[in-house]
Design a protein around this ligand. Structure first.
Ligand code: PEP
Ligand code: MG
Length: 923
């Protein structure tokens, strides 16, 4: 959860104080895990592992501050070069080798590493230091010519693509061409001679594409790679990912320079990825992938299929045991699930990376409670290890796993359960197709052999991702888990042909099955199963638990439900914010109550005037005489009273805020164009009934009189109540009488009447005076005390700015942040989504719609000001929010900080709001 601020705090120096010399480079032995802002996540954790005495290859980190200076000025800060030289010299001294020179040349990797992990988003270059000269030295020194030439071709390939901007396919196509020509099925079958040939071809490609030779000077390679990492911070992929994850744009990335160790030196070498617990389910065990005789990126890229980590025990017991012990050390040290990248070079284990690992929503809840049980973290920390967004994911439906539950769908294949959930959609085979189909409103499943960062757009657009290759740590799996998208990967039985836009397989009967673009498929990220057709889904057990249908303490209850229950209980105990529901019916109110609602924060009465009652409101608005108006009101009163009675009963003992009518007027009037056409047709058709024609004429005149260009800014809310006599009084009477009825029936109604769209205290006073009289008269008539409070919504800037005056007449404020956002920004909430919003999101004007997450700097500033002014007038003023933001995780933290008493949101979001309110309080 990002902090509630939009910019990173910056240090301000007194103009007279000389600035301390900036240190741009830190040796791994100088940093620690708390320096993520400066050293990036990767650099800080490499430093931490070095401090812990774990086997990390030596190296150093260039700070994010250097990157920011570079991005600001377009050039490296002048001091950086000398600092890098000094650290390189010390690295060379430690290793007893010189970069790219001599009989045993030092090679280094150059890797990006921002404060927040951005998997696959930034660029990495391995084997820096290799050249036409040093490749021979490496071959001699390693005694492995094939390895040396393979390393060199990888360098030119990665460097060509990421530093020099050459199209990566040109290299890949050349490899495929050569493999075909020499009859090699996999890269491993290429000989030293073939790889030497590839190096020559790759150098030619670089020359043709860039007009320059691949640089032979090792230091030049390193400097260019460092700049490329800096530049990649502003690459399209990185920008998109940051927007998605709400990572600020001005953090910059660090660069890690690390002595190379090699997993591709032969069968006693390899590379892998490991997790200290299962990142998909959260259970303890040995989880990870290992790839023998391979270098770093091969595992994550999912290019070759890996073996499960447990098989390493048989291949190299010593390294395996050491790895298990290091994993335990790391988990106890970080007190969390860690993910790890390691390499074994000729039987020696090296740790290349660790970080607190991404996990699915279910794993997050299970792991948080397991760690609390182990005594590694407190309950308050357990609460911070889960998020409202994760809880929301657990509330999504899933496939019914029971027999014959797949409906008409047929099971096609089973891959790896990489990221849970159930997804149904049309098969698409490219990122572009995913975006295009989704743009037409279709649900899609992105099907690829494997994904790479260029597929990000398609992954975002898709309901789920299916790949035929790659393990649980392949790019597709890692990114899908991060996004909370369903993913099945490594479904090897599927032949994916992206060019022909289809997948095919041979089924159990030996028949060929082909799925083309647009065909419906279903994937189950919890079991790895892939189906042709649409599989029916069932509701989540977490929702059943919230509904009260599962006993969380029963011995056979799923440990996930137990974990959710435990964390929710803790959140409820610590939170200060109350959580209410936006509910307009007794049914919604009852459901909200089961979900933990502590009242209703917004009962929108206009929703009660739909259907046949709409006509009564139409009569009311268009009434030409007092009698007509009175007749409409008399007809509406008992209907309204019955609505409120049911709701008060469902929420007995808890507050119910009923908002007086607030529709944009046009919602209750006939459509002007349709009516005009009808009248014109009447006039042109001889024999039309004169009464009908006359009524339509009068109706048209009234509709024309009331027609508004901007109905959302027109005759709405309190304005409507003030110009249509009797409307609000009827509603207040219905509320009062319903409350009196409930009292008499032994109930405990707690009605609160809320006046919408108030801009000045005078409006409120007028409604309040009348309402108080009506309530007093009901109390007298019925001989009961109703204790009904009267308050207002704050949804106009003027209301927020004059909140001190408005509070004189209000028992409570409820922030209507939907309208407040609309009026503060000056854009229509009904029109923007299909209009310029996508361009604004694209251009980064805002990372997320301000209608979804509170705009802290603008709308939020008004909320804070109104809270201050309102409470200054009336210290016991009750404060809530009932706009959509009331159920948005990030916004809930803001409302907690702003000092509100409650948030109100739709029933389904109540558990999320409870959890986030708890997290905000425990923070
Ligand atoms: C609001 O404006 O935030 C609000 C809750 O009212 P409505 O969405 O009904 O306008
Ligand atoms: Mg509103």
């Amino acid at each position: 959860m990002p902090e509630i601020q939009t910019r990173a705090p910056s240090l301000t120096l007194d103009a007279n104080t000389p600035a301390p010399p900036v240190k741009y480079v830190y040796d791994f032995s100088e940093g620690n895990k708390d320096l993520k802002e400066l050293l990036g996540g990767k650099g800080a954790n490499l430093a931490e592992m070095t401090r812990l005495g774990l086997p990390v290859p030596p190296g150093f980190t260039i700070t994010t501050e250097a990157c920011r200076a570079y991005l600001r000025t377009g050039a490296e800060p002048p001091e950086l070069r000398d600092e890098v030289s000094a650290h390189l010299a010390s690295l060379e001294a430690t290793m007893g080798k010189r970069l790219g020179t001599g009989a045993d040349p030092l090679l280094v990797s150059v890797r990006s590493g921002a404060k927040f992990s951005m998997p696959g988003m930034m660029d990495t270059v391995l084997n820096i230091g290799l050249s036409d000269e040093s490749v021979d030295a490496l071959a001699r020194q390693s005694g492995n010519e094939r390895f040396a030439w393979d390393s060199y071709r990888r360098l030119i390939q990665m460097f060509g693509k990421t530093v020099l901007g050459v199209d990566g396919d040109l290299f890949e196509d050349r490899i495929e061409e050569l493999k075909r020509a020499v009859g090699a099925a996999t890269d491993v079958e290429l000989t030293a001679g073939h790889l030497r040939e590839l190096v020559a071809d790759f150098k030619r490609i670089v020359r043709e594409q860039t007009g320059r030779d691949f640089p032979q000077e090792p230091r030049e390679q390193m400097d260019l790679a460092i700049q490329a990492v800096f530049d990649s911070w502003n690459g399209d992929r990185a920008r998109l990912y940051r927007r998605q994850e709400r990572i600020p744009n001005d953090l910059g990335t660090a660069v890690n320079i690390c002595a190379m160790v090699f997993g591709n030196l032969g069968p006693d070498s390899g590379t892998g990825v490991a997790f200290t617990r299962d990142p998909a389910g959260g259970h303890q065990g040995v989880y990870g992938d290992y790839l023998c005789n391979a270098q770093g990126e091969d595992v994550v890229a999912g290019i070759r299929n890996t073996v499960p980590l447990a098989e390493l025990e048989a291949l190299d017991k010593t390294s395996y045991d050491q790895l298990m012990s290091i994993m335990e050390t790391l988990e106890n040290h970080y007190r969390d699930l860690c993910d790890i990248e390691f390499t074994i070079e000729r039987g020696k284990l090296w740790m290349l990376q660790t970080r607190v690992g991404k996990r699915t929503a279910a794993a997050a809840f299970r792991i948080a409670t397991q760690l609390a049980d182990q005594g590694l973290i407190s309950e308050a920390e357990a609460l911070q290890r889960v998020t409202g967004a994760q809880l929301a994911q657990l509330m999504f439906p899933r496939f019914d796993n029971g027999a014959d539950a797949t409906g008409a769908a047929t099971h096609l294949a089973t891959g790896l359960a990489a990221s849970p959930g159930a997804a149904v959609g049309r098969a698409v085979f490219s990122s572009e197709a995913a975006v295009a189909w989704a743009g037409r409103g279709e649900r899609v499943i992105l099907v690829r052999r494997e994904t790479n960062p260029d597929d990000l757009d398609g992954m975002l657009a898709a309901e789920g991702i299916l790949t035929s290759r790659g393990g649980k740590t392949s790019h597709a799996a890692v990114v899908a888990r991060g996004m909370g998208k369903t993913c099945v990967c490594g479904a090897e039985a599927l032949e994916v042909d992206t060019k022909a836009r289809r997948l095919s397989l041979t089924d159990r009967n030996g028949d060929a099955v082909v799925i083309g673009e647009g065909d419906l498929i279903s994937i189950d990220g919890s079991s790895g199963k892939v189906y042709a057709g649409e599989v029916p889904v069932v509701p989540s057990e977490v929702v059943e638990y919230f509904e009260g249908g599962v006993d969380p303490l029963a011995p056979d209850t799923d440990d996930l439900v137990r974990a959710v229950h435990r964390i929710m209980t803790f959140a409820d105990n610590v939170r200060r914010l109350r959580v209410r529901a936006n509910a307009d019916t007794a049914e919604d109110a009852a459901r909200a109550r089961r979900f933990g609602a502590e009242g209703i924060g917004l009962c929108r009465t206009e929703h009660m005037f739909l259907g046949e009652r709409r006509e009564l409101v139409e009569h009311l608005i268009l009434a030409g005489t007092d009698e007509e108006r009175a007749a409409a009101l008399t007809a509406l009163l008992p209907l309204q009273r019955a609505d409120f009675t049911e709701i008060f009963e469902a929420m007995d003992g808890l507050p119910v805020t009923v908002r007086l009518l607030d529709p944009p007027l046009h919602e209750f009037l006939p459509d002007l164009t349709e009516l005009s056409v009808r009248v014109a047709l009447n006039d042109a058709t001889p024999g039309t009934d004169p009464d009908t024609a006359d009524t339509d004429h009068r109706l048209l005149a009234a509709v024309q009189r009331l027609h508004e260009q901007n109905p959302m800014l027109g005759l709405r809310g309190v304005r409507l109540g003030l110009v249509i006599p009797g409307l609000f009084s009827m509603q207040v009477r219905a509320i009062g009488e319903a409350a009196a009825d409930r009292r008499e029936a032994g109930g405990d109604p707690r009605a609160e009447i809320m006046i919408p769209l108030v801009g000045t205290v005078q409006e409120l006073e007028l409604v309040r005076d009348e309402a108080e009289q009506i309530i007093a008269s009901i109390e007298r008539e019925r001989g009961v005390s109703l204790a009904i409070t009267l308050g207002t919504m704050i949804e106009l800037p003027r209301a927020a700015l004059t909140a001190g005056q408005i509070a004189e007449s209000a028992d409570f404020f409820s922030f209507g942040t939907n309208d407040l956002t609309q009026t503060v920004w000056g854009f229509s909430r009904d029109d923007v989504e299909g209009s310029f919003f996508s361009a604004y999101l694209e251009k980064g004007v805002f990372g997320v719609s301000p209608f979804e997450t509170i705009d802290v700097d603008g709308v939020g500033a008004l909320v804070r000001a109104a809270v201050r002014a309102g409470r200054a007038t009336r210290p016991d003023l009750k404060l809530g929010v009932c706009g959509e933001h009331g159920g948005d995780p990030y916004s809930v933290h803001f409302f907690h900080e702003a000092g509100l008493d409650y948030v109100s949101c739709s029933p389904f979001r109540i558990p999320v709001a409870r959890l986030e309110a708890g997290r905000a309080a425990a923070d």
